[in-house]
Design a binder for this molecule. Structure first.
Ligand SMILES: [Zn+2]
Length: 429
């Protein structure tokens, strides 16, 4: 720990106390107190916070999930002009959900420098408080490369503001045309890659994503950016600098429209590296039969990877079941076509296949008319283990918190149901 002695500064009339904060041995934000701090109920102690939930400029919100009675407490740490961390607030779960696995959310109201708190994720939804939804732990398990970037971060770094798609498109071709017109060469080359990787982890921090799954597609080895080992090293070091507290699940990607022999060649060195935890197949769902990919999925399974594929976004319910059976998938990306077949939904539920759904993406690509009629409701009712994800936050302009809030506000789910859906993504159990 590299402590700095600081003095609590918030709250007219609030007791002040001396604490030391810094980065602890685990790389997490740490706090030491040398005296009783009655305003917080903290004994003299050295504590390490569980994880930073969100970073807003020089302000960090850090959770304390593993501290018994202190579960649900969130510290707000702000860096002052000298670079010292100052604790400007402490949020406490009003409903006192100590213990257990559900991590309460926190409503932050800072009036006259006084922090008024808090509630659970469900209350964050029912109160329509986007900021409270943001600081709840969430996982985004379906997202892709540069499209995962935080828009504001890209603007700050490059001066380019990427306006998201504003009306539904009619095909993947239109989507590709949009990308070409709006993104052009922004993410090309080594600098472009660093930019989107940074922007992806920044998005995770800002939106309270404690778990995120993304990575490189196998064809990245053709881009002159180095070996798989080089690419893994760069993404790992960016994560260590930007968001060490976020659980990152490295995903290896395949494109459905690429020639099999090419995919096989490109994939081999990645598998040899043995770094990635999941395999995904995306791109044009109708390009070629999914059976062709079986050898690639067998090779990934031999490496212990979790298996996913995009299916049932453009195809049929039978395509979904067939893909799961042939490729031995653990998870399906999209899978919404399943809704029109009760047997296929039963198959997904019985086999505990997690389906990572992206509501706004489905609307903006014309697969679903609107949120109110989104098939995720019927899938949930059929017992399918669904999650909510962004797919392409930069392209569609919705954060994961906004996705959750939107589903609640149109009345598709109750807040308690959405909490269950949130928890479905936080572990792979
Ligand atoms: Zn996708």
């Amino acid at each position: 720990m590299h402590p700095r002695r600081i003095r609590q500064v918030s709250g007219a009339g609030a007791p002040s106390w001396d604490v030391q904060t810094g980065i602890g041995p685990s790389g997490r934000i740490a706090l030491s107190t040398t005296e009783e701090t009655p305003a917080l109920g903290l004994p003299p102690a050295h504590l390490e916070f569980g994880a930073a939930l969100a970073v807003y400029g020089n302000t960090v919100m850090a959770s304390m999930p593993a501290l018994g009675n202190w579960i649900g407490r969130v510290a707000i740490l702000t860096r002052d002009s000298s670079g010292n961390w100052i604790r400007t607030g402490m949020l406490d779960a009003a409903d006192g959900q100590a213990g257990g696995t559900s991590e309460p959310a926190h409503r932050v109201t800072n009036r006259n420098n006084r922090v008024v708190v808090t509630t659970s994720f469900t209350a964050a939804l029912t109160s329509g408080d986007l900021q409270a939804v943001q600081i709840c732990p969430k996982a985004d398990l379906h997202t892709h490369g540069f499209a995962n970037s935080d828009r504001d971060y890209i603007r700050e770094k490059t001066g380019r503001d990427i306006a998201p798609i504003s009306a539904p498109l009619k095909s993947m071709d239109e989507m590709h045309a949009w990308s070409k017109a709006n993104l052009a060469d922004l993410f090309d080359g080594p600098q472009g890659r660093v930019l989107w990787v940074e922007a992806s982890f920044v998005r995770a921090l800002k939106d309270g994503l404690t778990r995120i799954e993304f990575g490189d597609d196998v064809w990245m080895v053709t881009q002159g950016l180095g070996t798989p080992s080089d690419l893994v090293e760069s993404i790992t070091s960016i994560r260590a600098q930007v968001a060490p507290q976020v659980e990152w699940i490295p995903q290896l990607g395949l494109s459905r429209h690429c020639k099999l022999e090419w995919l096989q060649d490109w994939m081999a060195p990645w598998l040899e590296l043995g770094f990635h935890r999941t395999l995904d197949l995306s791109g044009d769902e109708l390009a070629q039969p999914i059976d062709l990919f079986k050898p690639l999925y067998r090779a990934a399974k031999a490496k212990g990877m979790r298996l996913k594929a995009h299916v049932g976004e453009w195809g049929t319910p039978e395509d979904v079941q067939h893909a799961v059976e042939v490729l031995e998938l653990d998870e399906v990306q999209h899978g919404i076509a399943a809704v029109s077949s009760k047997p296929v939904m039963r198959f997904l539920a019985d086999n505990k296949i997690r389906v990572n759904v992206c509501p706004t993406s489905n609307i903006m690509l014309g697969r679903v008319d609107d949120l109110r009629s989104h098939p995720i409701r019927a899938m949930y009712d059929a017992g399918v283990k669904v999650t909510v994800n962004t797919d392409d936050a930069l392209v569609f302009g919705k954060t994961l918190s906004e996705e959750f809030l939107g589903l609640y506000q149109v009345g598709l789910f109750t807040a308690a149901e959405l909490d269950q859906i949130r928890l479905n993504a936080l572990t792979d159990q």
